[in-house]
Design a protein around this ligand. Structure first.
Ligand SMILES: *[C@@H]1O[C@H](CO)[C@@H](O)[C@H](O)[C@H]1NC(C)=O
Ligand SMILES: *[C@@H]1O[C@H](CO)[C@@H](O)[C@H](O)[C@H]1NC(C)=O
Ligand SMILES: *[C@@H]1O[C@H](CO)[C@@H](O)[C@H](O)[C@H]1NC(C)=O
Ligand SMILES: *[C@@H]1O[C@H](CO)[C@@H](O)[C@H](O)[C@H]1NC(C)=O
Ligand SMILES: *[C@@H]1O[C@H](CO)[C@@H](O)[C@H](O)[C@H]1NC(C)=O
Ligand SMILES: *[C@@H]1O[C@H](CO)[C@@H](O)[C@H](O)[C@H]1NC(C)=O
Length: 274
């Protein structure tokens, strides 16, 4: 007699067909577990299971899929033309029990263009200028950090918290005061798209370096003209006063000389009259 007696076979059949939960447990995996792809991109996905002899399996997706290779416990698919964020499901059926595994696919737009502008490009020491950096057509914005650099030193960085589905422009603007040494460094802007939490890498983009011309402030032309005119007028005024004084003295001296002669004549006349 077998240990199960006459109930052995029916019990085994019951376990297999009637109550799937009591059958063998198995797992479904996807590799990679999540994905970040560029728009229009394609990628390989490996679905696998711990079930020794799976019955059926497949990939649930609205995307174009192709079976590339397979083994008894795995299937490899090529998924192509990803245009927006989506979830792909991978399933296996084992002993009439089905298990699903979801895989998040995120579409990203890398920072292909990083643009930097200094306004103005020529500034006096102590004057203010604006640094503006922008990245067109980038997503997801919440994974982006823009850093403004003076030489190798990071002056400012900004992250974007907005949840935007469509790619858009990211901008950072900063006002600064010009220092003498600013003219010796190049300004640049770095964009980092950190896709590690979405199953990708960090993607970097850097702007062309921009130079700031810094000069010592000099009095401007209008000031020079005003100072010159005032100086000339002052000189003329002082000169005319001096001249007046000198001529005035001279005239008085001549007047007094004439009196003296007249006085002398008067005296001599008086003398002759005696
Ligand atoms: C798919 O994954 C399974 C399980 O990890 C592995 O044995 C198999 O070699 C993989 N197939 C490919 C093509 O990488
Ligand atoms: C890729 O997807 C876009 C939009 O979903 C579609 O317009 C285009 O025809 C697709 N291209 C291919 C080669 O399937
Ligand atoms: C996948 O996306 C869903 C909804 O978008 C989210 O709730 C879930 O946490 C994501 N899974 C992973 C592993 O990121
Ligand atoms: C941004 O700046 C902060 C300090 O202001 C720093 O801790 C952080 O590492 C910077 N992030 C990046 C990506 O450079
Ligand atoms: C920079 O300065 C300008 C005017 O000088 C001002 O309008 C603007 O708001 C400032 N921007 C920042 C980011 O401080
Ligand atoms: C600044 O950038 C220019 C090119 O745009 C380069 O020729 C120059 O060497 C750079 N200067 C410094 C200090 O890095």
């Amino acid at each position: 007699m077998s240990p199960f007696g006459c109930w052995g076979l029916p019990a085994a059949l019951l376990a297999l067909f009637c109550c799937p939960g009591s059958g063998e447990t198995f797992e479904v995996h996807t590799y990679p577990e999540q994905l970040a792809v560029e728009p229009g991109g394609s990628t390989l996905i490996n679905c696998s299971t711990s079930c020794a002899l799976p019955d059926t399996s497949g990939l649930e997706t609205t995307l174009t899929k192709t079976l590339v290779a397979s083994g008894t416990q795995w299937k490899q698919y090529l998924v192509s033309n990803v245009s927006q964020d989506t979830i792909i499901y991978c399933y296996f059926t084992c002993s009439r029990k089905q298990k699903l595994k979801s895989l998040n696919v995120s579409v990203f737009y890398p920072p292909k263009q990083v643009l930097l502008k200094l306004k103005p490009t020529r500034v006096a020491v102590g004057g203010s200028f604006t640094i503006e950096c922008w990245v067109p057509n980038v997503a997801p914005l919440e994974s982006l950090t823009l850093t403004l650099l003076r030489g190798k030193e990071a002056m400012h960085n900004q992250t974007f918290r907005t949840m935007a589905l469509a790619p858009q422009e990211a901008t950072v603007t900063r006002n600064a005061t010009a220092h003498k040494e600013d003219g010796r460094h190049n300004f640049s802007c770095r964009a980092d798209l950190d896709l590690r939490s979405l199953g990708g890498d960090i993607i970097h983009g850097v702007s062309e370096p921009q130079t700031l011309k810094v000069y010592e402030p000099r009095p401007d032309n209008q000031m020079v003209v005003i100072i010159t005119v005032v100086s000339v007028l002052l000189f003329l005024f002082v000169t005319s006063i001096l001249l007046c004084f000198v001529f005035g003295q001279h005239w008085r001296q001549r007047q007094m000389g004439a009196y003296r002669v007249q006085g002398a004549r008067g005296l001599s006349r008086a003398y002759w009259a005696q």
